[in-house]
Every structure is written in C-alpha cells, then in structure tokens.
Design a protein around this ligand. Structure first.
Ligand code: FES
Length: 99
C-alpha cells in the first residue's frame, strides 16, 4: 500500500505543494509539475536531476549506491539527492538551481 506525502517546492515564482506517493521516485512524480533536468532518463548516472533538500531529509529513502558514489565524487553535496533515486516517506521541502 502506498502513502501520500507533501513535497514543498521553492521556485522563483513562489512555492508549489505537490502530493507524491512513496512508491514512485520524486523525479517520476515531480516532472509532471516542474522541469527536472536529466540526460540519463533516471538511471542514476548523470546527476543532473539533483535536488537540494531544504528540510525533511530524514523523510527520504536512504541514499542508493549510485548516490553514495556521486557524493564521494563530489557530484552531489551533503544536502542534495538524486531525484531519480529518491522516494519520500514523509513531508519535505526542496528546490533546484533552475526552478
Ligand atoms: S536522471 Fe540522471 S541521475 Fe537522475
């Protein structure tokens, strides 16, 4: 059974609240409302889909192997996640550099 959670997205034009399900990645669900950069189509290797977590990082699924690798290689920072690898299990607040 899936659960719904609220993701608050900060953009240049204000905040957008999007209800997501915990059984699909953030990228898969957010892309219907806001652009998500990507060149690997969610394979977890391009790192373009990264999002910045403003709060609620504890609500997100654990880092995947691909994210750990990206972090070790300094491609994503301590407060960033790959949206194609991440599931929300509670409320969170995020942004990107281009929203
Ligand atoms: S879409 Fe390429 S790493 Fe997420």
């Amino acid at each position: 059974m899936s659960h719904q959670h609220l993701v608050t997205c900060s953009t240049r034009n204000g905040t957008l609240e999007i209800t997501v399900s915990d059984n699909e990645t953030l990228m898969h669900q957010l892309q219907f409302f806001l652009p998500i950069a990507s060149s690997c189509h969610g394979e977890g290797v391009c790192t373009k889909c990264k999002i910045k977590i403003l709060w609620g990082g504890d609500s997100l699924s654990p880092l995947t192997e691909l994210e750990l690798k990206a972090r070790q290689n300094h491609l994503i920072g301590e407060t960033e996640r790959l949206s194609c690898q991440t599931f929300a299990h509670g409320p969170t607040h995020i942004t990107t550099t281009y929203w």
